[in-house]
Design a protein around this ligand. Structure first.
Ligand code: GLP
Length: 257
């Protein structure tokens, strides 16, 4: 695991965008897994700006999003589909045929999940997946549990996640209770993982994720066994990882733009 401490959110977003755009420059037809949430917003802004300057070209890239609420209309302003269209796919000029999202309107969710897995496989698997982390250690919507599901599946969200998501909705009863998410196996099959962690509210969970054993009650801890992971940590999120905030341990690097 390559763990890098970022001075602030701006630096985290810039370095994340640099990593993604480097991979796109190396492979025009990159297959990219993507997350939603607040954390990657700065990275998306940077990537859009790099693409507008002609520094990176996303027209050959295929994207697969990690998760989507279920059921929800694509046109609903709260859908992850709308989030992606507005914040990245649209302004970055990714052709609509190249973007993929779990089907939040499917009547047959079992088939929809199977189709999603097959689409990823047919695309050759994901070269890189960008992840955020939930405060309870979820990745995608793989919630803490006694067991984790390998493939894309329909899942019930925990009360903690529903509460965290409620900040985006006018009324608590509007917050979706279910979602379709890539499974832990789907995520682990990506050839490279980029985990973005920002804010002091994630300090506790990222410590538990990176230290201590691999355990299903912290789904993100499974990343410890992935061979190619980079973790970009905003300094505020890294504060429990080392006792003296001015002494960065040798296996960690602090970056400032
Ligand atoms: C949601 C998403 C995750 C995301 C997480 C963290 O639950 N399903 O993919 O990583 O939120 O979100 P934030 O970055 O807003 O803290």
């Amino acid at each position: 695991m390559n763990i890098m401490i970022m001075k602030n959110y701006k630096t985290l977003s810039k370095i994340a965008a640099q990593i993604v755009s480097e991979r796109v420059r190396m492979k025009t037809h990159l297959v990219l897994g993507l997350a939603t949430g607040s954390t990657p917003l700065g990275m998306y802004r940077e990537l859009v700006s790099l693409s507008r300057k002609g520094i990176v070209d996303f027209r050959g890239v295929t994207t697969f999003n990690l998760d989507e609420y279920y059921p929800i209309s694509k046109e609903d302003p709260h859908s992850y589909y709308k989030y992606m269209l507005t914040n990245f796919w649209g302004p970055a000029g990714i052709p609509p045929v190249n973007v993929n999202m779990p089907d939040s309107e499917a009547a047959d969710t079992i088939q929809a999940c199977r189709d999603y897995e097959q689409k990823i496989a047919r695309a050759g698997g994901m070269d890189l997946i960008v992840l955020g982390i939930g405060r309870n250690g979820h990745i995608g919507f793989n919630e803490p549990n006694d067991y984790l599901t390998a493939d894309t599946h329909l899942t019930r969200l925990t009360e903690e996640t529903i509460a965290a998501n409620s900040r985006f909705f006018a009324r608590p009863e509007d917050v979706p209770r279910m979602a379709i998410t890539m499974g832990i196996g789907t995520i682990m099959k990506a050839r490279e993982v980029l985990l973005l962690v920002a804010g002091s509210s994630k300090a506790d969970i990222i410590k538990k994720t990176l230290t201590g054993g691999v355990r299903t009650e912290i789904p993100a801890s499974l990343l410890q066994v992935h061979p190619q992971v980079t973790v970009l940590l905003e300094k505020a999120a890294a504060r429990y990882l080392y006792p003296d905030k001015y002494a960065i341990p040798q296996n960690m690097e602090e970056r400032d733009e």
